[in-house]
Design a protein around this ligand. Sequence first.
Ligand SMILES: Cc1cc2nc3c(=O)[nH]c(=O)nc-3n(C[C@H](O)[C@H](O)[C@H](O)COP(=O)(O)OP(=O)(O)OC[C@H]3O[C@@H](n4cnc5c(N)ncnc54)[C@H](O)[C@@H]3O)c2cc1C
Length: 398
Amino acid sequence: MSVGTSKHEPVLIAGAGIAGLCAALGLLRAGVPVRVLEQAAELREVGAAVSLAPNATRALDSLGVKDALRAAANRPQRAAMKHYHSGETLSAYDMGDAMEQRWGQPYLQLLRADLHKVLADELQRLDSTALVLGARVDGVRQHGDRVSVDTPAGRFESHCLIGADGVRSGVRAALHGDGAPQFTGYVAWRGVVPAESLRNPDFTPDSAVFLGPHRSLLRYRVRGQTAVNVVAFARVDSWIEEGWSLPADPAELREHFAGWHEEAADMIDGLCRSGVFKWGLFGRAALPGWQQGRVTLLGDAAHPMLPFLGQGAAMAIEDGVMLARALSTALAKGLGVEAGLACYERLRYARATNTVKRSDAHGLRLHRHFVDAADDAPVPRDDFLEFDFDAATTPLDI
Ligand SMILES: Cc1cc2nc3c(=O)[nH]c(=O)nc-3n(C[C@H](O)[C@H](O)[C@H](O)COP(=O)(O)OP(=O)(O)OC[C@H]3O[C@@H](n4cnc5c(N)ncnc54)[C@H](O)[C@@H]3O)c2cc1C
């Protein structure tokens, strides 16, 4: 199946996750058509919720989804780190107005499904033919100035392919052959708990992390006051089950968090009641580069990261915005696809790779807490180094 032969031939994007949809919106807004090839038969985001720091909301606003995003999201007022056993506040900072004044953009929290819908609705509005479902990308081939892929929906061929197909990316495997992702030693139990099912639905502040030895528990409100996103993390020796997202055994979760403060226990009980999934967190060693000819990677396909800085989706969103700017500018100037992809990589590689390392380091600090007295100082999350970046205006060097 050819997708056109004109100068404005559609760019192929493998994966309609957060990264793929953002790249698609950016390209369409710049006048470059796209075909987003998604393996799923229906567009449905799994997982729980996501935090969007000001750098993520700034990038999303540039894609034309500002109003829809704010309508779907919560804006937390305050965040805290708490002691796992006493519940005592170890450190706290203002979010809400304080963050918006400092960075000119809000910090938002919402269900992943709601973010995904905001992006997919906008894609549908801009081009109702852009998304192809039931199209698992396989057989990536570059021949001359063409790229082709095989999918159950047919063969697609074009001048450019973007691999936005997540941590288990087939496009990455075809390009770089660097094997399967590795278990990072962290397990996460995730779920969305109805606030009304909690013993204390009036907890404060609205966003908090409980820190314990080798464990942590994150909770924040989503969908107004009606639901709470809860993620419990533990460091474990191995991950032996097949698959990386499995229905969890509540008894195992309770055992990991036995003796935690009643507010944390309320969240664990809520998770157990409302159905909880257990995720193995997988990562990869950094690639020396992402691009090969007319194909590149973005989001988790390029640089999967641990969730401890809350920046994985943010980096995927920034990637999408900057890929679209670099590629559309290169095409408009007649410089060609490869120059556009090279510009994207020059602008993104160091930032994304550095954020992966910072997230690793922050995870180690959080989970070492209360294991060794030397590490018992509160662990503030107060550097916010990522928040200033503006993917929509950072100058392109082409
Ligand atoms: C517990 C946890 C909490 C997190 N919390 C946050 C947070 O608070 N803030 C934050 O910024 N980030 C967070 N993240 C990270 C963030 O969720 C990811 O970095 C982000 O979702 C990556 O988006 P993506 O589009 O690159 O990949 P994905 O979301 O994995 O999307 C990939 C898409 O490609 C499709 N696909 C896969 N293979 C193929 C194929 N062969 N052909 C076609 N389609 C294919 C998939 O079906 C999917 O739709 C968290 C992650 C975890 C695990």
